[in-house]
Design a protein around this ligand. Structure first.
Ligand SMILES: [Fe+2]
Length: 348
């Protein structure tokens, strides 16, 4: 297996392109069943185990390039019809939507994928497929007392929580996707009212990532915060120090009596000019097998996308919940509008 890091390393990428073009036919005979070129913005060791296992099962060599999602999307765009990329793997519905908008993904029809993945976790036309999910949850400082009546995202805008809320900046894609979901459900006006209400409740100007919000709530600097479940699970399943931080927190899965908690996903789509399209589809199908789902979800403490599979023990400590089944494509579609709403609401 070849690992290629993208970044300033356009030279390395060039090497992959040459390999794919010059050795195309030879590679197939060397590897047995050819290869698949994966462009991924996920960087987890468990993903490596997956690639190796796939090669063992199928004889298909996995080549991968890692970079952040936007860089990979731009790369595939600029490589155009000569792009060696077969499969783009990334996190967040917003990024999958950017890839869709850039026109670099191609529709896949697969009975295996249709059967294994619930409707809301795959693109309606098969442009991408969700592979794992994470929930955007509310946490609070237990010592400061349970925030009574805080049960929904809408409640975060309640003046009862003035000066209580910490959350990261509006440029962050997790917040953009959350607001996109609220726009899809309640309309843009209601979403703007909500955003303004939350801004009025800020304990401080948005700063830091989700992990920083968790630490701030545990330290008592903020009473309430909004964070992704996998960061919490990291603390829940971490060392003694992390565990002590987790123990200071209460977790609320919003909207359990209504539409369910907002979830987001990791997903993958086959590229428009994939030179190894069949292998890419085989790899996607492999990723929805039970053992692969286990690895894929555990790599980042996420929930498996395939129904009926349980999360790992650290994630299970957060509790069970009902997820919002809004299609992730809908979340993608509202991203631009969400950014404008955040702007108007003065959410930095
Ligand atoms: Fe993250």
């Amino acid at each position: 297996m070849k690992k290629l890091i993208l970044g300033s390393a356009s030279l390395v990428l060039g090497a992959l392109a040459v390999t794919a073009c010059a050795d195309g036919e030879d590679e197939a005979s060397v590897a047995g069943n050819g290869e698949v070129n994966i462009y991924s913005s996920r960087h987890y060791d468990t993903d490596l185990a997956l690639y190796e296992d796939f090669t063992e099962q199928t004889g298909i060599t996995v080549n991968r390039i890692e970079a952040d999602a936007d860089a990979l999307i731009e790369r595939i765009e600029s490589e155009g019809e000569f792009s060696p990329a077969d499969l783009l793997i990334t996190v967040d519905a917003g990024r999958l939507w950017r890839a869709e908008e850039a026109g670099i993904l191609s529709a896949v029809q697969s009975d295996v994928l249709t059967e294994r993945l619930p409707d809301h976790l795959r693109h309606p036309d098969g442009l991408w497929f969700g592979l794992s999910t994470r929930a955007r949850v509310i946490i609070y400082n237990k010592d400061a007392g349970e925030p009574e009546g805080l049960e929904t995202y809408a409640d975060l805008a309640d003046p009862a929580y003035r000066g209580d809320i910490c959350i990261r900046s509006s440029s962050n894609i997790y917040n953009i996707s959350l607001l996109s979901a609220l726009i899809a459900h309640d309309g843009v006006e209601s979403a703007e009212e909500w955003a303004s209400g939350v801004v009025a409740n800020f304990a401080r100007d948005p700063q830091g990532n989700d992990t920083a919000q968790i630490e701030s709530v545990a330290a008592g600097e903020c009473r309430i915060a909004v964070v992704n479940s996998y960061y919490l699970a990291r603390f829940a399943g971490g060392d003694e120090e992390q565990r002590a931080i987790f123990d200071k927190l209460g977790v609320i899965f919003p909207d359990q009596d209504g539409r369910g908690t907002h979830i987001n996903l990791s997903g993958a789509g086959v590229t428009m000019n994939a030179p190894n399209r069949e292998n890419a589809i085989a790899f996607l199908e492999y990723l929805t097998s039970e053992s692969a789902q286990r690895y894929f979800a555990d790599g980042n403490n996420e929930y498996p996308a395939v129904a009926g599979l349980e999360a790992n023990s650290a994630v299970e400590q957060l509790g069970e919940f009902k997820a919002d089944t809004l299609n992730a494509a809908e979340i993608g579609r509202n991203q631009a509008q969400a950014v404008q709403v955040f702007d108007r609401a003065g959410w930095n």
